[in-house]
Design a binder for this molecule. Structure first.
Ligand SMILES: [Zn+2]
Length: 321
């Protein structure tokens, strides 16, 4: 998987402009949900400020000089990365990096340190990093990434320039899933719509075979005749109930859109369009709206931990009508 293809182009262009006007600050904090390209952008910035080739706004790194190649291989002597699967980033890790950071850069350009998930920094680690942030050395750049700045030491946050990363648009996420994961168009469309712009969430759902699973709910519940049996299985399990409600919601929403003749690209369950059309049959928009309202009401009751057996029965009656 090519990580750099998720680079946030707008953010990179801002860095390019700052870099060329010699206005780069010493420390930045990238904030945004998982999977929105913070890390990929940080690596692209590191590559840009160290590139030895000819660069421009449209191609901010050359990707062929030795510096770019080392950055791509994660073996660049001036780009250091703290990226751990552990729950915390400990003081030892930060101290090692600071020691290294104070040395002159190997290749004569800018030393970049990227700390992923900076909310994982322990209090001690944060305090030791603070000194480096307060007394920056020349030609150094620190980039912290985090899903939220609220869990971070406020003194760290206040010493960094914060950049917020928006989630991806459904279209970009869809393209990414098709391109990077070689996903079928229908699956990519489904996952991009239910992941609300988060590649991280889409990857997670892919690993859980969520696409196949939602079709199980459609077949066993929405289109099935043996409703009571299906309901028994589903209601005995909280996760299954939640998933069923999500699938129901997307299905009835699709039915409404289809009845209103919107374009297919806005449908979540595009892979089941034939069944969706059969499902709608001759139902009017008002009838589908009534069903939709009942689904929303049921989800509301479920969120309040109330029993939804009867509301689900009513949904089934509306479906069978
Ligand atoms: Zn280069």
């Amino acid at each position: 998987m090519n990580e750099l293809s998720l680079v946030n182009e707008d953010a990179l262009e801002r860095f390019y402009n700052l870099f060329f006007r010699n206005r780069l600050a010493h420390a930045y904090l990238f904030v945004g949900a998982d999977g929105c390209g913070k890390m990929e952008t940080a690596l692209a910035v590191a590559k840009m400020v160290n590139c030895q080739g000819k660069i421009s706004k449209n191609s901010p790194y050359c990707d062929i000089c030795s510096s770019c190649l080392q950055a791509n291989n994660k073996s660049h002597p001036d780009i250091c990365l703290i990226d751990t699967a552990e729950d915390t980033i400990k003081i030892e890790q930060v101290k090692d990096f600071i020691r290294d950071f104070r040395l002159k850069s190997f290749m004569g350009k800018i030393k970049v340190c990227i700390i992923r998930s900076a909310e994982k920094l322990t209090l001690e680690a944060s305090n030791s990093l603070l000194k480096t942030l307060e007394e920056p050395t020349d030609n150094t750049l620190i980039i912290l990434t985090s899903v939220s700045n609220e869990k971070m030491l406020s003194t760290i946050v206040s010493r960094c320039h914060q950049m917020n990363f928006p989630l991806l648009s459904t279209r970009k996420l869809n393209a990414t899933l098709t391109e990077m994961f070689k996903m079928k168009a229908e699956e990519a469309q489904y996952l991009s719509m239910v992941s609300e712009g988060s590649l991280g969430k889409a990857k997670d759902l892919k690993e859980k075979n969520y696409f196949e699973e939602k079709n199980y709910y459609i077949d066993e519940f929405i289109l099935s005749f043996d409703y009571d049996k299906a309901l028994k299985v589903i209601l005995s399990d909280k996760i299954k109930t939640r998933e069923l409600l999500n699938v129901l919601h997307s299905w009835v929403r699709d039915a409404m859109l289809l009845r209103s003749s919107v374009e297919d690209s806005r449908l979540v369950n595009i892979d089941r369009i034939a069944e969706l059309k059969r499902f709608i049959g001759n139902a009017s928009l008002a009838e589908i709206n009534e069903l939709y309202a009942q689904v929303i009401k049921t989800i509301g009751l479920y969120n309040e931990n109330l029993n939804i057996k009867v509301p689900l029965m009513m949904i089934k009656e509306l479906i069978d009508r």
